[in-house]
Ligand binder design. Structure first.
Ligand code: DOR
Length: 438
């Protein structure tokens, strides 16, 4: 009789459908799905009444290392990830120092070993100076993608002129990821406002046109060069409609924030703790984002986890640092949306596990099928819990979702066959690995 390292018994397995089944794992991989009857295993976990999702991937986090350990670290941010049911994160390059060369990438990879609680893929940032090296950088081990800030945000990474953007698109073959806001319009409009205006001014400054112009420009160049393109945190109805004409080369990420919070109310309620780029927008864009999720016009949902100190968040607008914590609250909030009937659980799995795995080419991730990594996000759809700031592991210590009651909660996180979180308890030591990409 087959022996397994781990059997998840009697859960409802969520793939493109939902099916009651046992899952057998060996050597960190899924090896059997079905009725495993009396098969033997080193560990059997009863998943009766629980739903088993493929391990959730957050494709958009800023773990800030190297950088300011008082707001976030690889250790603390990934601990939040597994407490929140996330098994893999893709970490952004706008750190201090930024990940823009092989040397820094190698240092960054070395930092992860023994510190990360979940698996990690690494972005490399584009600059105007490293364009001719991007084809080499994008194929380094564990690189999920090249990230381009085509509009400025936190940090000093920026490639904003057409000639540089076209040159970078022509140097390499993998999908390139963009922060898409039009830099010229951003800078011109900034002059229209003054320090101390209400926080809701943020969505007027970085307006819909800033985002739309940015995306139109990038997709025009992408069409010209034929380069595969992923637009991160698409936030407007206009961009979502526009991207429908680019399904052959373009993919779309939306953020949990844009699916959950609505301006101007959120600015009046949270002040600087609502400030992020691109901004949280009004009801029309919220509705368009949900329509796009359910129409199949979205490929990935992420958190854009971007910690800053309380001091930096409480500065008057626009001196406030932009960015919101989110990796730990991503799954609970999306489960609450599932319970509210905004999307089916199967679509959540498709957009938060299979989607990122496909868009970035993460090897062994994204599916519950034999041969894939035994990564699972196990959830209790009936569990109600309120998000509390005291639960947040990021040293910055805050979440814009404090006080939100969620129906549906991750109760177990399994990474490569090892349960690393069970009922809010962390198990073992940080054993996160770097992800490979095809
Ligand atoms: O709000 C944001 N914060 N948007 C970004 O693009 C960057 C991020 C950060 O790193 O703080």
């Amino acid at each position: 009789m087959d022996h397994f390292d781990l059997i998840l018994k009697n859960g409802t397995v969520v793939t493109s459908s939902q099916e009651r089944a046992d899952i057998g794992c060996r050597d960190g991989k899924i090896v059997a799905i079905g009725d495993l009857g009396r098969a033997e295993a080193t560990e059997v976990i009863d998943c009766t009444s629980l739903y088993i999702l493929p391990g959730i991937i957050d494709p958009h986090v800023h773990l800030r290392e190297p950088g300011n350990a008082s707001v976030e670290t690889i250790h603390d941010g990934t601990k939040g990830a597994i407490l929140g049911g996330v098994t893999t994160v893709f970490d952004m390059p706008n750190t201090a120092e930024s990940v823009v060369s092989k040397e820094v990438l190698d240092r960054k990879r070395a930092m992860i070993l023994g510190k990360s609680w979940c698996d990690i893929g690494l972005y490399v940032g584009a600059t105007k100076k490293n364009i001719d090296m991007l084809d080499t950088l994008e194929v380094q081990d564990n690189v999920c993608a090249i990230k381009v800030f085509a509009g400025s945000s936190t940090g000093d990474l920026l490639v904003d002129d057409d000639a540089s953007l076209e040159a970078l698109m022509r140097n390499g073959t993998r999908r390139v990821c963009y922060h898409s806001e039009d830099e010229t319009r951003l800078q011109e409009r900034k002059k229209l406002f003054s320090v101390g205006q209400p926080y809701r001014t943020h969505m007027e400054w970085r307006d819909v046109e800033c985002a739309f112009l940015g995306t139109r420009r990038l997709m025009t160049l992408a069409r010209k060069t034929g380069r595969k393109t992923h637009i991160l945190h698409v936030s407007t109805a206009e961009e979502l409609a526009y991207m429908r004409d680019f399904k052959d080369i373009g993919t779309v990420e939306v953020l949990v924030n844009h699916l959950t919070q609505v301006g101007p109310e959120v600015y009046d309620r949270l002040g600087g703790y609502a400030i992020m780029n691109p901004p949280i927008r009004d009801q029309r864009h919220y509705d368009a984002s949900w329509a796009a999720v359910n129409a199949g016009d979205v490929d990935c949902i992420g958190s854009d986890h971007a910690p800053h100190s309380r001091e930096a968040k409480e500065r008057p607008w626009p001196l406030t640092s932009a960015g919101l914590t989110g990796v730990q609250t991503l799954v609970p909030i999306m489960l609450d949306h599932v319970n509210a009937g905004r999307l089916p659980l199967e679509r959540m799995a498709a957009l938060m596990s299979a989607g990122p795995a496909r868009v970035y080419g993460a090897v062994g991730k994204g599916h519950i099928a034999p041969g894939y990594d035994a990564d699972f996000t196990i959830v209790d759809l009936a569990h109600r819990r309120t998000i509390e700031e005291s639960w947040i592991t990021s040293p910055c210590g805050w979440t814009p979702f404090a006080g939100m009651s969620c129906t549906g909660w991750p109760v177990m996180t399994v990474i490569r066959g090892q349960a690393v979180m069970r009922d809010d308890e962390i198990i073992g030591s940080p054993r996160g690995a770097v992800v490979s990409f095809s």
